[in-house]
Design a protein around this ligand. Sequence first.
Ligand code: NAD
Length: 508
Amino acid sequence: MNTQLKDFKEKAVHKRVEDIKLYINGEFVDAESGVTFENINPFTNQVNNNVAEGRAADMDKAVAAAKYAFEKGPWGSLKVSERMNYINRIADLIDEEIEDIAILESLDTGLPISQTKNMTARAAENFRFYSRMVQAKLHGEAYPVDNEFLNYTIYKPLGVVGLITPWNAPFMLETWKVAPALATGNTVILKPGELSPLTANKLAEIIDKAGLPSGVFNVVHGFGETAGARLVEHPSVKAISFTGETTTGSTIIKNSADSLKKTSMELGGKSPLIVFNDADLDRALDAAVWGIFSFNGERCTSNARVFLHKNIKDKFVAALKERVANIKIGDPMDPSTELGPLIGKEHFNKVKSYIELAKEEGCEVVQGVVPEEVKAGNFVPPTLLLNATNDMRVCQEEIFGPVMAVIEFETEEEVIAAANDVKYGLAGFVWTNDIKRGHRIAHAVEAGMIWINAQNVRDLRIPFGGTKASGIGREGGHYAIFEFYTEPKVIHVALGDHHIPQFGKVKK
Ligand code: NAD
């Protein structure tokens, strides 16, 4: 065992994962009902710890605390620079605990430690980015009207906002919502994915340590149908930012209608990666393999459908087979592991059932091999579905695992039509050295985000999100702060004695 691995394993083993409570009004508390649920480790399928199960009563308590903190607490009256000191302090504390957070994330999700370490570093940057963004950019506009009026806008926080997150890349996704929500002056209730509560609890500990006033940030663990549903319907919650499955997003929109909430939806995907015969095939190969097999394939923007031009298909497929055979499957705590176990047994069974379906639909299935010593975990090996056609269910439905469907194409028109013939529209990737074609494809593929000759490289300033069944609204950059977490208020100022109609002044 190399020393680095031994180091991580010892830390992980010796780290007793404490049971987790809810974080409400600045205190770690049990659920009102006293009920807990078990949090299972995807690598061992043993219990990591027990988690307090928040339900409607706990959610109500958290909302009341957040409402008080927004309306009467000091949060709303802080100077921006003081608020940003808190935001930057959170980032510094994340940096101090990067290793611990990465270990917890890997224990909880099965994501390889080398990948969770990168994500944690990015999570700290989420807070710094929004601190800079709010200070530099969150200002309104002035609209002078001749010499009669000066109209101007200011941007106000919404109040209590609810953040509902999934289990894939939880710390990254949670901080991406929490950072802009707090930086713009809202108070927050986070309902994390029930399968990945550990780092949300860590975030609560960090925010507690950063000294934010009570009630500004709250975490209510629990299930979607109870805790999540109450957050969505609660009349005092002004907005819900949701990341998760398309069907859940649709339920949330329906359930939030009675209280007329603002919602933001980051949903599923089935993104195409298109490789033309003139592309840099070595780089395209690296990107295609990383894009579906990193994060254990549990990545919303993964290139689940790979379209290969017929002239390069055989060569590319041969190289894919070689990579799939070599991908290192193993213990998520091993820094050399490239692919870890899937989040839970239910998801594992779902992904496996799609691989069986692929065979029935006529695909040739090529897979890596799961080593015998890790068979207790929820491992699905890296999988290629060869000879796929776009109309197959395995090409239409989100599998959300390490499964790449490979589809041959001949013409540009044909591949655009196939890429778009799917209900999702989150991301797309095109590989070509023809600059005109690259742009043409990028414009034609129905997706919120397209990369030309690149994998999914993050830029915090860009609008992140999808079209069609992949979402409504955008996160990231100034989109988060202007379009979601604040509202413009316009103030009309009369500069002189402009005309006012004088109803009732003339005697009848
Ligand atoms: P999910 O929809 O099952 O759950 C997400 C969250 O919603 C969880 O916290 C869950 O408890 C909660 N929830 C479930 N039912 C609810 C309800 N009725 N009311 C309120 N909350 C409810 O999703 P998941 O399986 O945890 O995550 C995987 C999905 O997330 C995939 O579809 C993936 O593509 C998507 N995702 C999208 C993005 C993006 O940015 N577009 C990013 C990551 C993941």
